[in-house]
Structures are given as C-alpha cells and as structure tokens.
Write a protein that binds this ligand. Structure first.
Ligand code: HEC
Ligand code: HEC
Ligand code: HEC
Ligand code: HEC
Ligand code: HEC
Ligand code: HEC
Length: 294
C-alpha cells in the first residue's frame, strides 16, 4: 500500500513541518516539492505500516517515547489539531495514544506484550505477570502496586526513566502485606530472582524461597516451595512448615488422624485444596474461624 500523504499547508504548519522534519525526518529535504505548490510530505513512507522501519511507533520509541512533539500538530488531546488528522481514529481506547496499553500490555497494561513486542513468558519483561495478576489459583491476585510504583499518566515522574531505555523496569515492592519481613524483599535484574518476599515464604517457619521471574517449569508454586518440603511423599507433609521438631515453631501433631483443615479450616479442605484464596497468602495466619498476625 502506498502511504505517501500530501497536504495543503498553512504558513504556520509549514514552519512546524520544517522544524519537525529537520529532527524527525531526514528524507524531508530531498522530498520537498517546489514551494509554490504548497504541497509537502509531512511523514515518511511507511509511517502507518507497523512492519516498516519508518513506522510512527518506532520513531516515538527512538525519541524516548516523547509524544509532545506530535501534540503540536495533532492537538493536545490527539484529536486533530492544526494537522486536522486525529490519532483517535486508530487509537480508540481512553486517552488515545496515552492509554496504558498502547506501549505495553494487551489484556491489562502489564506484559505481554512487553515493550519489545515479546509475548513469551520466558522473556524477562513478560515473565510471571499474568500469573500474579489473573492467576488466582492459591491466593488473591496481586495488583501492579505490589511490585511497581504505578504512574497516573505517561508523563508521571519516574515512569519513563531514560530516552530509549526499556529494560529493566523499576521494581519497588509495596510490602502492603501486614508482616514487614526482614531482610526487605528485592529483585535481582541479573538473575531475575525475587528474594525475601513474604509471599514466597519469608516468614517464621517458611522457606524464604527465591523464585525466578521467567521460569516456566511450573514447579515454583507447588505445595512445599514457600513452606514445607517439596520432596516429601504426601501433600500434607509437603506443605507442613518447620515444626518444633525441626527447629521451627509449628505444632507437631499426628498426620494419620489430623488433617491441616482441623486447625486451618477456612484455608484448606481435607484434600489439601485451597478453599478461600482471600485467606491464603494474605499476611495473616488463619486458625479456626479467626485470623492472627505473625
Ligand atoms: C492509521 C492508524 C493510526 C494512527 C492514525 C495513529 N496510530 Fe499510533 N499506532 C497504530 C498501530 C496499528 C500501532 C501498533 C503497532 C503494533 O502494535 O505493532 C500504533 C502504535 C503506536 C504507539 C506505540 C509505539 C510502540 O512502539 O509501542 C504509539 C506511542 C503511537 N502509536 C502513537 C500515536 C500518535 C501520537 C498518533 C497521532 C499523532 C498515532 N499513533 C496515530 C496506528 C495508528
Ligand atoms: C509538523 C506537524 C506534524 C507533526 C509534528 C506530526 N504530524 Fe503527524 N501528520 C501531520 C499532518 C499534516 C498529517 C496529515 C497528512 C499526512 O498524512 O501526511 C499527519 C498524519 C499523520 C498520521 C497518518 C494519519 C492517518 O490517518 O493516515 C499519523 C499516524 C501521524 N501523523 C502520526 C504522528 C506522530 C506519531 C507524530 C509525533 C511523532 C506526528 N504525527 C507529528 C502533521 C504532523
Ligand atoms: C508511550 C509509551 C507508554 C505508555 C503510553 C505507557 N507506558 Fe508505562 N512504560 C513505558 C516504558 C518505556 C517503560 C519502561 C520505563 C523504564 O523503566 O525505563 C514503562 C514502564 C512501566 C511500568 C513499570 C515500572 C517502571 O516505571 O519502570 C509500569 C507499572 C507502567 N509503565 C505503567 C503504565 C501505566 C499505568 C500507563 C498509563 C497511565 C502507562 N504505563 C503508559 C512506556 C509507556
Ligand atoms: C509480582 C510482581 C509484579 C507485578 C504484580 C507486576 N509486575 Fe511488572 N514487572 C515485574 C518484573 C519482575 C518485571 C521485569 C523486570 C526486568 O526486566 O527484569 C516487570 C516489568 C514490567 C514492565 C517492563 C516491560 C518491558 O518491556 O521492559 C512493565 C511495563 C510492567 N512490568 C508493567 C506492569 C503493570 C502495568 C502491572 C500491573 C497491571 C505490573 N507490571 C505488575 C514484576 C511485577
Ligand atoms: C493442631 C493445629 C494445627 C494443625 C493440624 C496444623 N496447623 Fe498450621 N498452624 C497452627 C498454629 C498454632 C500456627 C501458628 C504457629 C506458629 O506460627 O508458630 C500455624 C501456622 C501455620 C503456618 C504459618 C507459618 C508458620 O508456621 O508460622 C502454615 C504455613 C501452616 N500452619 C501450615 C499448616 C499445614 C500445611 C498443615 C497440615 C499439613 C497445618 N498447618 C496443620 C496449627 C496447626
Ligand atoms: C507462593 C507461596 C506459597 C505456596 C506455593 C503455598 N503457600 Fe501456603 N502459605 C503461604 C504463606 C505466605 C502463608 C502464611 C499465611 C498467610 O499469609 O496466609 C501460607 C499459609 C498456609 C497455611 C496456613 C493457613 C493460613 O493462614 O493461610 C496453609 C494450611 C497453607 N499455607 C497450605 C498450603 C497448601 C496446601 C499449598 C499447596 C496447594 C500451599 N500452601 C502453597 C505461601 C504459599
């Protein structure tokens, strides 16, 4: 498809085009038609073709994701401006191009897709996002704020750190769960491991497990990883945290006669299924119908 756009320009737009062209489009000088025609190619060929090297998205990222330049002609709300050409015809979500899913995300603003268009969970920026945000199998879902400072708009301070830099993202654990474990949780951008998080077992009788963000083996959320012992034969033994017999403080009792649900009745059933995802990994120990802080 040929995407050479031509337009009749007013004097003020012409001035802006020349200014923009000098920084944004090296083809412009040679493409300039005779001034008397008043016609000019504002954007290069391929500007609306995602596969093209000249695609407008690629240009925006190469300029540090700055869209203020676009607003000078396309309007502060991207709805036309002096260019009389709206971004909103294609960017139909709320806030148009500034929508939180324009540059990263699909089902929600978190990857996939990431800033580099990756969708595989093995990609570091995709990782276990959706397992935390939508997984919900053994606990409630974690919001973005649990791991990031969430910007209220694209231009919020701290959001886009540096021109052209896409990874690693800033990880800032909110630690909103009641127990505030020490050492504090951290993320290692070299090994992609989260360490010392309360959720993965940094609590009294837990294992302080360090999961790898982009591991896809499916073994990192099994019973026994965060608390207990994954090598044990029965589910109950696997999940049982360190007891007094192992130097911990969990009561020792008779497995044969007593299921976990005898004491943790609102969290597990007799077959060890998590029955209330709001009470497992919520910062409190559920015993009987009560909840206790660590
Ligand atoms: C003709 C349709 C169309 C118009 C008009 C349009 N865009 Fe886009 N834009 C797209 C498509 C399609 C994509 C996504 C391409 C992809 O995901 O590979 C995109 C992607 C983007 C991205 C994401 C860049 C990235 O690499 O992640 C930004 C930012 C953007 N557009 C800004 C704008 C702005 C600002 C305007 C108006 C000045 C605008 N767009 C007008 C079709 C359009
Ligand atoms: C100097 C003014 C000017 C600036 C700055 C400018 N544009 Fe445009 N843009 C226009 C004009 C005029 C048109 C309509 C003529 C055309 O399509 O070439 C247009 C057309 C477009 C189109 C095609 C729209 C369609 O429906 O086919 C897209 C996409 C676009 N601009 C995106 C951008 C983006 C993204 C930026 C910022 C990186 C930007 N523009 C900066 C003036 C400008
Ligand atoms: C124009 C593209 C673009 C848009 C639109 C955008 N982001 Fe981002 N976002 C980025 C880039 C680039 C990064 C990586 C920044 C870095 O750390 O250098 C990022 C990173 C993030 C992060 C990870 C934490 C961080 O700061 O590194 C969160 C969370 C985030 N964005 C949320 C949002 C929300 C919420 C919105 C909507 C209000 C939004 N983004 C809109 C480009 C965008
Ligand atoms: C459980 C913790 C966690 C939660 C919850 C979480 N993130 Fe992330 N996020 C990460 C990690 C870890 C990375 C990867 C950092 C790296 O590249 O090493 C990341 C990276 C990102 C990136 C960078 C993408 C790129 O291409 O570099 C964005 C954007 C982002 N997250 C947005 C979000 C948004 C939006 C939400 C909520 C909808 C969210 N995240 C929820 C942990 C989390
Ligand atoms: C006889 C009652 C009883 C039974 C049965 C029981 N627990 Fe507990 N559990 C407790 C008490 C009391 C605590 C708080 C004690 C402490 O933290 O020192 C607790 C705490 C926990 C904790 C929180 C972390 C900790 O240890 O401090 C986990 C995890 C846990 N139990 C798992 C299990 C699992 C899994 C089973 C079944 C294999 C089980 N419990 C069976 C009484 C019981
Ligand atoms: C991702 C880490 C993680 C995994 C995996 C995990 N747990 Fe837990 N579990 C915790 C944390 C953290 C607590 C501490 C109490 C709380 O916050 O609910 C806990 C507490 C418990 C308790 C005590 C009752 C309570 O207060 O919640 C039981 C019983 C329990 N887990 C059973 C299981 C079983 C059964 C499995 C396997 C299906 C399992 N857990 C897998 C993190 C985990």
């Amino acid at each position: 498809m040929k995407s050479m756009h031509r337009v009749c320009l007013s004097g003020v737009l012409l001035a802006l085009v020349v200014a923009f062209g000098l920084t944004g489009c090296s083809e412009l000088k040679t493409d300039l038609p005779a001034p008397s025609t008043g016609e000019l190619q504002v954007h290069p060929d391929g500007w609306t073709t995602p596969a093209s090297a000249n695609f407008h998205g690629m240009e925006i990222r190469s300029q540090g994701w700055d869209m203020k330049r676009c607003q000078t002609c396309h309007g502060s709300r991207y709805d036309g401006g002096i260019a009389q050409t709206s971004c909103l015809t294609c960017h139909t979500n709320a806030a148009g191009p500034e929508n939180c899913s324009t540059c990263h995300g699909t089902v929600n603003p978190a990857p996939p897709r990431d800033l580099s268009r990756n969708t595989a969970r093995t990609a570091r920026a995709v990782g276990a996002h959706q397992l935390h945000l939508l997984g919900g199998a053994i606990s409630r879902n974690a919001p973005c704020t649990e791991c990031h400072a969430v910007p209220s708009s694209v231009s919020s301070p701290g959001h886009i750190d540096a021109a052209g830099v896409v990874t690693p993202a800033d990880i800032l654990f909110a630690r909103s769960y009641l127990p505030q474990p020490t050492p504090a949780p951290s993320y290692d951008p070299q090994t992609l491991k989260c360490s010392n998080t309360y959720c993965h077992g940094n609590f009294r009788n837990g294992n302080n497990f360090a999961p790898v963000w982009n591991d896809v083996s499916g073994t990192q959320a099994a019973c026994g990883t965060c608390h207990g012992d994954v090598t044990k034969p029965t589910l109950a033994e696997r999940a049982l945290p360190k007891t007094t017999a192992q130097g911990g403080t969990h009561p020792v009792y008779d497995f044969a006669t007593t299921p976990c649900s005898r004491c943790h009745e609102e969290v597990v059933d007799a077959s060890m299924k998590i029955i209330n995802t709001n009470k497992h990994i919520n910062g409190k120990i559920s015993i009987g119908t009560g909840e206790f802080e660590f």
